[in-house]
Design a binder for this molecule. Structure first.
Ligand code: SAH
Length: 242
């Protein structure tokens, strides 16, 4: 019996489907993470699905998909609104050289993530408890990250205002979206223009469960004006419309 409740075979299948070549230690870390997610789920609802097959076939697959189509630049990787650690933790396991920053407004989620990082013995992982609107104005964080990723946090126009101020000039914002991603990105055009981003590439794919997903890669081409991000709450209350 595996620790993840029979997830080993499925995980191997997912890694094959993604074409990712991981060593035994990385596979064990992914399985331990699935187990911690399941335990966390019992105590507090941290992610929507509870079975190890859903966690692996859906959440891990989705989190790791970008590695199959894009080479992430090495350096500081920020997961904005990471929740229970998605996609940041799986990305860090597969790319151990990255410095990972986990940002979330919920202290409960950050506490859970501290436990995950300790138990998986992940090095170079840092915690940013609080809101992206506030971190985006902090000189220690503003325009400091080579890549900012975000999944299931807010609609694209809002994420562009929250995420781009944190990205280094020339760096990337990678947005994980659902089937309505293209419409969201169309609506995000004014926010991209105002915050210094340019849509560089997008992909459409399906999870092993059949669900359709989209992925958008934005490059930061000019500095974000001081005015952004606006104060906490405003980006979602009044998304930028140009
Ligand atoms: N990325 C995870 C979690 C999604 S739930 C996943 O794919 O499963 C959204 C998370 O974003 C929540 O944990 C919430 O606390 C966080 N969040 C929402 N708005 C935020 C903001 N403005 N700043 C920081 N975190 C935020």
């Amino acid at each position: 019996m595996s620790k993840a409740g029979g997830g080993d075979a499925l995980l191997v299948k997912v890694m094959d489907a993604l074409g990712l070549d991981l060593d035994g230690g990385q596979v064990q870390q992914l399985l331990s993470y699935v187990r911690l997610l399941q335990e966390g789920l019992k105590q507090q609802r941290l992610v929507g699905d509870e079975s190890s097959s859903a966690l692996i076939g859906k959440h891990l697959y989705d989190s790791l998909y970008p590695l199959t189509v894009w080479q992430m630049p090495p350096g500081r990787l920020l997961d904005l609104g990471t929740g229970a650690g998605l996609p940041g933790i799986p990305l860090k396991i597969c790319l151990p050289g990255q410095e990972l920053y986990l940002m979330d407004a919920s202290q409960k989620k950050i506490n859970f993530l501290r436990k995950v990082v300790r138990e998986l013995a992940l090095a170079k992982v840092f915690f940013l408890p609080g809101r992206a609107e506030d971190w985006g104005r902090d000189p220690g964080c503003r325009e400091q990250f080579h890549c900012v990723v975000s999944r299931a946090v807010a609609r694209a126009p809002i994420l562009v205002e929250l995420g781009l101020p944190l990205v280094q000039l020339g760096g990337f914002l990678l947005l994980y979206k659902g089937s309505r991603g293209p419409q969201e990105m169309e609506a995000a055009a004014p926010a991209l223009q105002l915050c210094g981003g340019r849509l560089e590439k997008s992909w459409r794919y399906r999870l092993l469960t059949g669900e359709e997903r989209t992925l958008f890669l934005v490059r930061k081409v000019s500095p974000t004006p001081e005015a952004y991000p606006r104060r906490a709450g405003l980006p979602s209350k009044r998304p930028l419309v140009g």
